[in-house]
Design a protein around this ligand. Structure first.
Ligand code: PCD
Length: 796
């Protein structure tokens, strides 16, 4: 900070100019409880909405009687599917070429589905009135199992679609089937394994919510919402409701965690928007925890059959996988529209694999729709888990060491840029370096010796825990994406940045992306600071308000740094070039004779003859005569269309202790070496990794969205849907390598989701290594581990 200001304990003291470990600017308000979230917003005359949800997974709606609720003294409106049907809004298009019900009309198709929306003077009255609505249901057989969904006699879930006779959604494939077939036919060895990546949930701390406010006079709609992609939301609302985009303003205030959960538009949002138009008052709707877990976007639910072909000494010749993807009742997955299985086809992972092929079949089931890439760039979590498990299975079957098998197959530095068998071009990497560093940090050889000693002791005494070592090496593909290759809902995936340097030298940066806790106010200020030499404290980062920011597709898939970050750099560089011209006018020299040195231009050969960025800013706004064509002021805009994705990677090693008597797993150590190219704020990067590693422990050991055979949701609270806490996490041991992205202007790659992608396989591999079992599915709860030891793995 500037001297003379009152010292602020949270301020970015010790903050270097530009990249470095600056304390997060936003924490000043978060740590003091001064964050402002959607549910903190209270508008005059605001009403409250509540959603009536289906108790059945599959049932026909025979009748809905809203009379009781309507006569509640505090109720202002009750909206049903029939009301929406009259407005042509009962069904809305999804991002995956399907339609989804806003409020059910004909049938309910999963437990928790939205059936009616009550608007009342307060939240309690709205909730109370839900029980006054009478719905008559005729229960139908639910389809819960994805395999059962394809049985010829399975009930047809989407029978409202004319001509539909089954639950099959799509078939999709990638890679070369014939070449892969040939590789398998010629291989010395083939291992195969069936595995499930269970349905899990992003479960952010803050649930989803909205305050919708339509001004009846101006016709202007203001929406405060938990939106990871405010501009995309505006375009979607406009398309659905028919209000022109210029009359819609989306404001995303602080967000308490997104993890993909806040990418989609949910029925509750649309109901709130309709409710404000019916009542003429602002309407708030905030989910409770059970609603969030039951009805908003799930993740994963991939049933995979993977095969790996190799030489007898463990060199991979081919990879093949068939996936059965459970998409729930509507195909509402949020992802680039060309890829029904997201980026799953990056499943050759970090290895040199000559031939690969995957097929993915999507099916409807009576479960909540809307798959999201919960902390994975569109299904890379599933892909990474698959290949990292298969490599361990291969090592198991061949009697080889899992580290040695990885060593034999990892891509070598000279193979980059590397085009993998399914078409991705990995931008840069030095995999062996990261891998050997992780092994060295962990003391791999000593760990194996300890394991051998432990096994001998246990064999003699029959007592004690068993120790396991699990490895994984992941490659992510983040920063979606090049317009020529992908779009979401028809929108190209470019993002913009607008930078203005004020006359007195401070600046503001307006972005289309949206932080949900990952620290953009700090890191984006650091990006501009590094380019212009303005202190990060003097750079205001503005996000989350469509009236104040340029268009762009928002934050998910760790794309902010790769896309918006690049836009910010380019905007800053444009400003710098403008500043060069102004400085030249100030110093009365040619612009070509100026040298840029950390916030200052000086005349080549004469360091003393120079002007700082602050002086230049003032001059740019002053009466100084500028050369022909130089506009004055210091501002610039950039719309960045990334030439490729960035490919961060990492080597992870997990050590667990398992009690064979109870199946209880303790994660003893976790070593994580990440490479996300140039790090803007190393401390924030480490924080991102910490969070993702905890996610991985959660998914590997405890998280699952389970259903009973009637389709009852068995994870609708945090009593049943378990999340990891610090108690389950070891003290992380982090390492890094830095391999810059060759096409990103500062060489940075995304990091936000890396650890969530890489860590589950390391934990699972460690547990299975401990108990000597070839495969068992996540989550490895004590019950699953115990039965796996008994030789009869439970299905999730
Ligand atoms: N960085 C740095 N450096 C580098 C990279 C990065 O520094 N190289 C940083 C930045 O700037 C930021 C962070 O770090 O701050 C992150 O980033 P990225 O990677 O770019 O990412 P983004 O885009 O920003 O974000 C997103 C992500 C995601 S996607 C997710 S899931 C998660 C993560 O993020 N989420 C979250 N992380 C986080 N954190 C928090 N706190 N919260 C949250 O919610 Mo999705 O798709 O949505 O599923």
């Amino acid at each position: 900070g500037t001297s003379g200001r009152r010292p602020d304990p949270f301020a970015g003291h010790a903050s270097p100019m530009g990249h470095g470990n600056m304390v997060r600017k936003e924490d000043a308000r978060f740590l003091r409880g001064r964050g402002r979230f959607v549910d903190d917003i209270r508008l005059p005359g605001m009403l409250h909405g509540a959603v009536l949800r289906s108790p059945y997974a599959h049932a026909r709606i025979l009748s809905i009687d809203t009379g009781g609720a309507e006569s509640h003294p505090k109720v202002r409106a009750v909206i049903t599917g029939a009301d929406l049907e009259r407005r042509g809004m009962a069904w809305i298009p999804t991002l995956s070429h399907d339609v989804a019900a806003v409020l059910a009309t004909d049938k309910v198709r999963y437990q928790g589905q939205e059936v009616a929306f009550v608007v009342a003077e307060d939240r309690y009255a709205a909730r109370d009135a839900l029980s006054l609505i009478e719905v008559e249901y005729e229960p139908l057989e639910p389809v819960i199992d994805a395999h059962r969904a394809l049985a010829p006699d399975a009930p047809v879930i989407r029978d409202e679609i004319p001509g539909r006779t089954d639950n099959h959604i799509f078939d999709w494939e990638a890679g070369d089937a014939a070449a892969t077939e040939a590789a398998f036919a010629a291989a010395e060895h083939v291992s195969s394994c069936e595995m499930l990546y269970p349905r899990v949930h992003p479960a952010p701390l803050e649930t989803c919510g909205i305050v919708a406010d339509l001004d009846p006079v101006s016709g202007r709609l203001v929406v405060y919402a938990t939106a990871q992609a405010p501009h995309a939301h505006r375009a979607l609302y406009s398309g659905i409701i028919g209000i022109p985009e210029n009359r819609i303003r989306i404001i995303s205030p602080d967000i308490g965690g997104g993890f993909g959960n806040k990418v989609a538009i949910y029925p509750g949002y649309l109901c709130a928007v309709i409710a404000t138009s019916i009542t003429g008052a602002p309407v708030k709707w905030t989910e409770d925890r059970s609603e969030n877990l039951m009805s908003t976007s799930f993740a994963r639910d991939f049933h995979m059959r993977g095969e790996i072909a190799a030489t007898r000494d463990g060199r991979i010749q081919g990879l093949r996988v068939q996936v059965l993807a459970d998409h729930g009742a509507f195909n509402g997955t949020s992802q680039p529209s060309k890829f029904p299985a997201g980026f799953f086809h990056i499943f050759t992972g970090s290895y040199s694999v000559p031939a690969a092929h995957c097929t993915v079949r999507g099916v409807y089931t009576n479960k909540a729709p809307g798959g999201v890439a919960y902390a994975c760039s569109f299904r890379i979590t599933e892909a990474s888990y698959l290949v990292e498990r298969l490599v361990d299975v291969l090592a198991f079957d061949l009697g080889l060491d899992a580290a040695e098998v990885r060593r034999r197959n990892l891509l070598r530095p000279e193979q980059f840029p590397y085009r993998c068998a399914t078409g991705w071009e990995y931008d840069s990497g030095d995999y062996p370096r990261a891998f050997e560093l992780a092994l060295e940090m962990a003391g791999y050889d000593e760990l194996r010796r300890e394991q051998a000693r432990g096994r001998r002791t246990r064999a003699e005494t029959g007592e004690g825990t068993v120790m396991g070592i699990g490895l994984s090496f992941f490659t992510e593909a983040v920063g979606a994406g090049p317009r020529k290759d992908m779009d979401i809902g028809g929108f190209g995936m470019a993002d913009a940045a607008e930078l203005r340097v004020h006359p007195t030298g401070s600046a503001e940066l307006r972005l289309s992306c949206m932080s949900q806790g990952q620290g953009h106010e700090t890191t984006f200020a650091q990006i501009v600071s590094e380019e212009l030499g303005i202190s990060p404290d003097d750079i205001e980062v503005i996000e989350g308000d469509t009236d104040r920011t340029p268009f762009g597709l928002g934050t998910y898939g760790s794309r902010s740094t790769p896309v918006s970050g690049a836009a910010a750099v380019m905007a800053a560089r444009k400003v710098r070039e403008r500043a060069r011209l102004v400085a030249a006018a100030m110093l009365e020299v040619s612009a070509d004779d100026l040298v840029w040195d950390k916030g200052r231009f000086h005349v080549r050969g004469d360091r003393a003859a120079g002007v700082g960025i602050g002086e230049i800013a003032l001059a740019a706004h002053s009466g100084l005569e500028l050369p022909e064509g130089v506009e004055g002021q210091l501002d610039a805009t950039c719309v960045y269309n990334p030439p490729n994705l960035t490919f961060p990677f990492g080597a992870y090693l997990c050590v667990v202790d398992v009690d064979p008597g109870t199946g209880q797993v303790t994660v003893r150590r976790f070593v994580a070496v990440d490479d996300c190219g140039v790090r803007i704020n190393p401390a924030i990067v480490e924080g991102q990794v910490h969070g993702g590693l905890a996610d991985g422990i959660g998914m590997a050991l405890m998280e699952v969205m389970a259903f009973d055979t009637d389709g009852n949701h068995l994870g609708a609270s945090f009593m049943d849907y378990l999340l990891p806490t610090s108690m389950e996490c070891p003290s992380w041991e982090l390492g890094k390598t830095v391999t810059p992205s060759p096409h990103h202007p500062i060489g940075a790659k995304g990091i936000g989701e890396s650890a969530t992608v890489g860590s589950p396989a390391a934990v699972v591999n460690a547990v299975l290594d401990a108990i000597g079992v070839r495969h068992a599915d996540m989550p490895l709860t004590p019950a699953h581990v115990w039965s796996a030891i008994q030789g009869r793995p439970l299905r999730t």
